[in-house]
Ligand binder design. Structure first.
Ligand code: GLN
Length: 529
């Protein structure tokens, strides 16, 4: 079932195996038709994560990278659309030698080949594969079929883990195992028997329920692992290891047990749970309302990056979501920003909430509140500065669809062509690009190096025609991509922290390796209270 933590469970098992000295990678399978996650609404689907090689994918890939501390690449992401597209392209290239190409076995075979390719690429000892959705639904059937076929051809190399939800209905107060029993039956009818069950629930599993599940699901009691709700997702590997899950898995593969080294990880979890002094960060965005629910999944990597940085300085992250539209035409509302140690203006698309974000940036600039702009946040920082400091009243971005004589943020020639032809999917500036940092800047000092690479996902850029005017009034072009001659980081002087990046630094932050800019931002924010 989606949303119960399959991604974190997959990433956690991966982390445990890595801590035993193995090379691990992970693959996400999403059953929908979309070829990538780039064109999906973040409120509906959550954040779009970006890999080094420029794939726009599901946020679970972000969890894999954060837990495994490994880069995950394009081949590690499959959707129904991606698999079909590749089979159809191969058929068109005559790669099937004129034979009839069929859904079964050609689609599952394509899935299997992709899995093998992803594993071989990084010479992995273990490839974790997460199949999204719920057992029994039509959409993921072909992926389960691929899984079954893999087990048939490599019986000793494939192991199945079912992540199942055990509800505790409030009216009854008792944990129910029936949905899991049904899930296993359904899985059985697809020809698959789980080897391990991860029992997700608000509580730990007790002995009677373990026995009941064991008998009805045909799984040994010691292979039924409790996965209760925890305060931080980073506790999950530590919790699994309490039940020796890593060695149970090795045993099933006929391998000798190995000690896990989760020392650093465990220490990290202790800091999370024992850092009472907060740093308060406000995030001015718009992708968090869906009906009556507030969804922060759209900014998950930003949230995690803030956490990593706070934990590194033994502080508790206290994050408040601020809706940009609340600041529009409401100067009084902006005073609220004073309550925070620092403000982040994250990425975004389209023009809803834009003026609110610009007002928030202006307020932080004038009131010396630490401000960190990410992608759209950088573009809006330039627009705000152009309007209010340089005096270009109609400064805007071409993205917002308003007539203006001053597109301070604009499209490059190649992007103009793509937009004209409505080629939106996978065509932004995506993935890793070089950036050279200017000496004497906050960024240069934070990174401790002059040349870095960071991940991008945007169509618009700072228009070089305005660079000089902005610089003359004090904006510092702190990071430049020389190859394309594009500004990647801007900073302001005479401000405790005003840094904004055209790239998305949040994608490269890891729990034990916080991102240098997030760290510098949080350090400054922590001091400014
Ligand atoms: N909408 C802006 C662009 O396309 C910014 C994108 C973002 O914040 N990721 O350039």
């Amino acid at each position: 079932m989606s949303g119960i933590g399959k991604g974190v469970a997959t990433a956690s098992i991966g982390r445990i195996l890595k801590s035993k000295g193995f090379k691990v990678t992970a693959i996400k399978i999403d059953p929908y038709i979309n070829v990538d996650a780039g064109t999906m609404n973040p409120v509906e689907h959550g954040e779009v994560f970006v890999t080094e090689d420029g794939l726009e994918c599901d946020q679970d890939i972000g969890n894999y990278e954060r837990f495994l501390d490994e880069h995950i690449y394009k081949d590690n992401y499959m959707t129904t659309g991606r698999v079909y597209l590749s089979v159809i392209q191969r058929e068109r290239n005559l790669e099937y030698n004129g034979r009839c190409v069929e859904v079964v076995p050609d689609i599952p075979n394509e899935v299997i080949n992709t899995i093998k390719k992803a594993g071989n690429k990084v010479k992995a000892d273990f490839v974790m594969i997460e199949i999204g959705g719920t057992v029994g639904e039509y959409q993921n059937m072909l992926f389960l079929e691929a899984a079954r076929m893999m087990k048939l051809s490599h019986p000793k190399d494939v192991l199945f883990v079912l992540v199942s939800y055990m509800p505790v209905p409030a009216m009854i107060g008792e944990m129910k195992t029936k949905p899991t029993q049904y899930a296993v039956r359904t899985l059985n009818s697809a020809g698959i028997q789980p080897d391990v069950i991860l029992a997700r629930s608000v509580l730990s599993l007790d002995e009677p329920r373990k026995r009941k599940l064991s008998v009805s699901c045909n799984v040994h009691p010691e292979d039924i692992i409790s996965a209760p709700d925890v305060r931080s997702i980073y506790e999950v590997p530590v919790n699994f290891e309490k039940e020796d899950l890593g060695n149970r898995i090795l045993k099933k593969f006929g391998m000798r047990p190995r000690k896990s080294d989760l020392k650093e990880w465990g220490k990290y979890v202790d800091i999370i749970n024992n850092s009472p002094k907060p740093v308060s960060i406000g995030i001015v965005g718009k992708y968090f309302e869906s009906g009556k629910f507030s969804l922060v999944d759209s900014y998950i990597s930003v949230l995690e990056a803030v956490k990593h940085a706070c934990i590194a300085i033994h502080r508790k992250p206290e994050i408040t979501w601020l809706s940009a539209e609340d600041f529009e035409g409401n100067r009084m509302a902006l005073n609220k920003l004073k309550e925070f140690d620092g403000i982040i203006v994250p990425g975004g698309f389209g023009n809803r909430g834009i003026e609110g974000k610009i007002s928030a940036i202006e307020y932080c600039r004038k009131n010396k509140i630490p401000l960190f702009g990410l992608c759209l946040g950088m573009q809006l920082s330039c627009i705000e500065f152009a309007r209010n400091v340089v005096g270009i009243g109609d400064a805007t971005s071409r993205e917002f669809g308003k007539k203006s004589n001053n597109y301070v943020i604009d499209v490059m020639e190649d992007q103009r062509e793509l937009i004209k032809e409505k080629k939106y999917g996978g065509t932004m500036r995506l993935g890793s690009y070089d950036c050279h940092l200017q000496d004497g800047t906050v960024s240069r000092q934070a990174y401790g190096s002059g040349d870095i690479t960071e991940r991008h996902r945007h169509r618009y850029e700072l228009n070089n025609d305005y660079r000089k005017a902005l610089e003359e009034k004090g904006m510092i072009m702190a990071g430049i991509n020389h190859e394309k001659d594009l500004v990647e980081i801007i900073e302001l002087k005479n401000h405790p922290f005003f840094v904004a990046t055209q790239f998305h630094p949040e994608f490269k932050s890891r729990p034990l390796k916080p991102h240098p800019l997030f760290l510098q931002f949080v350090k400054t924010a922590a001091k400014s209270e």
